[in-house]
Design a protein. Sequence first.
Length: 188
Amino acid sequence: MSDPPEGPRQPDPDLDVVDRFRAGDRRAFDELVRRYQDPILGLVRRYVKASDDAQDVAQKAFVRAFEKIDTFRGDSSFRTWLHRIAINLALNHIRGQDRLQPLELDDVAAFTNSLGTERLVAAEVWRKVHARLAELPPKQRLVVELRLFHELSFKEVADIADCSEDSAKVNFHHAVKKLRALLPSIGG
């Protein structure tokens, strides 16, 4: 997966809705919730496994965005800003648990495409790599998940992970390299 060449920054497709909300149109925020409810819940579920807890954390992300919308400066897209809020709340939630629960793979295609495997071996690859992904350092795990499962650009990943774009790329490279190291053992 490579990012498109750097060029003029694309306008934020949510900015007009955010502006309407800031101007007093309360229904505008409902539009943002409808737009991002499923992606945010999916993101949170990668970390928070209990369905009720994941729904609570996702809801808290929207409440936090609602309360803090005036702090949204537009340095990143609204989508990126909202993803960052959700990630922070999800990580705070799991920090309160005894240990990190393993991640489940919903999108085999993204995973197998990144690792260069065929779909036929995807289930086997995932089973062997599953525990390893959960063992990645937190920043690497976050970068891999945002890049592969949410198909965010490295710029968006960097904004959410609070690092430079180069750092996001390096973390992604090292994480994928660690995961690829498991591939020779497939089939045995």
